[in-house]
Design a protein around this ligand. Sequence first.
Ligand code: DC
Length: 671
Amino acid sequence: MFSTAFLDLPALQGASGTVTLPGSKSISNRVLLLSALCQGTTVVHDLLDSDDTRVMLAALRQLGCGVEVKGTTVTITGLGGRAWPTEAIEFFMGNAGTAMRPLTAALAVKGGDFTLKGVPRMHERPIGDLVDALRELGCAIDYLGNEGFPPLRVRQPTLQLDKPIPVRGDVSSQFLTALLMALPLAAQDRAITIEVVGELISKPYIEITLNLLARYGIAVERQGWERFVIPAGSRYQSPGSIHVEADASSASYFIALGAIAAGDPSKGSQGKGIRIQGVGADSIQGDIRFMDAAAQMGAMITSGPNWLEIQRGAWPLKGITLDCNHIPDAAMTLAVMALYADGPTTLRNIASWRVKETDRIVAMAAESRKLGATVEEGPDWITIHPLPAGKWQRASIHTYDDHRVAMCFSLATFNPDQVPVRIEDPKCVAKTFPDYFEALFSVAHTAATNIPVICIDGPTASGKGTLASRVAAQLGYHYLDSGALYRVTAYAALQAGLTLEAADEAAIANLARSLPVRFEGEQVLLDGVDVTDAIRSEQGGMNASKVSVLPAVRDALVDLQHSFQRLPGLLADGRDMGTVIFPNAPLKVFLTASAAQRAERRHKQLISKGFSANIDALCADLEARDARDMSRSVAPLRPAQDALQLDNSQLSIEASVEQVMVWWQSRQVFG
Ligand code: DC
């Protein structure tokens, strides 16, 4: 996840490949509870890992359910046929509405001595309508705080199931869902009828519930949207294994991506379009109908069980006019597709946009205009005009703490003018899709010249590594510690029984060419083995220095270094970054500090790592190393011609980072 203040997305040119999307939250928690209410074992695949599902899993464990988590696969051994807990249990539900409501209903119908609490915000979220309905059928529930709100205490019920149970449908469909999932537990010898009071909202979510109930052996009889009958003899049956569908609203960004982005011809048939794994056209989620709208605009979509494939069809896309009431969330994605269309697009019946995370009509209009688009808006509609080549502007997209605004505008990076797009507060995507940008980068491609590189070089112990990695963290960029590559090469050469002399140059270069090195945070792994400490020692530096003067070795490491230039950008630290490896880098910094200062810093660093060191010896060493580094014939230490010099002798690391950020921002101006 990117938790930077902003994320600069380089202009993208195409996209191809497969993305696996996170599971739907609504489906995940329903499936967990249903699996827990069955007899036997259910293997749940592709479960969403989020706060809400963790709360549910913890509660199920407390009830005595078998829960085994392996990545996104969770095996649930249900409570059916087992002794229902009789001891008092207190459940902590956090702020997970999708866990609180259905669990309350199931516990109340089965009975026991249970307390359900949550975070303060949970205690402000109404549950009275559900409690009223449950009391109507004989459940014993008390409010422990305010009337109508959690926390709750649940006791043994005296169920009265002979008359229909009324439940309000116009506040939250979750109450009806909760009843639908709980009542099969009581329907052994009689049918149970639920009557909806008021107009039922969010019908697609009730459809999800009914669909899943059917998968677990409960065939609810639906009479319009007013009456639901759970037949006599209903009994939960495990489907054995079940896949949680990927979130259909999240899929909209990748459906749009497939429609907008050209494939990658260099990859042949592999380079054609986007494959979405985890959700198919037969999805039980309402937002899947976005695919029809995308197809109308030009997307070519094929689908199978649990997958979708999308290719660019009509290009430019076709402007459409559409009633979007059935896909309010996914419809935002159409607004960005509209920028690439041949005529205006009008999205109608979207009044609900005004009361979501932010006023989405205002947000989509304002941010599209920043890109240069012409937009008209009304109380419940928006018209977006296409944005022709030559008119796109660099924009800093405000995201209003709204995950969907952030994800939508990432698609503006395919603009024909190849201008980058800044997304403010990118971490807001965590609400439904923490790794959205990583997923986007995994399939998107662009010319290397579009992917920015900042080079930081300087004499040994100038602090360039720390500076580079801090700037990388602030920008969400990758980090290349090129010195570590020379250190690892020397280490690997010695391991292989080579000397570090010119006599073994070819052999060392061979090793370097396919160096199995991996960086994981601060750790450096060679062939999976942690060699961090071994290469970070003074001796490791000396050895690196020796192999780094061998031209064949330098040559052999070029491709590896280039491979670090990946989306969204790179901080490259080391000797020849700005002169040889990335000569076109838009910002090069040459960091210096006095030898005395550097010796002091290095001393601190070594001591803190448990190495012994002498400050005067270090200083003499550094001066000798500087002289050698500057005078050597192969890759001498020398600033690139266009490098900006930064003397950090008297600067804190924060101040140095700030300076580099100021330089960078002045070169990357976003309106
Ligand atoms: O930055 P460092 O101390 O980890 O570098 C180790 C050695 O490798 C040092 O002698 C400089 C050399 N080096 C190089 O020649 N070219 C680079 N791009 C990086 C480091």
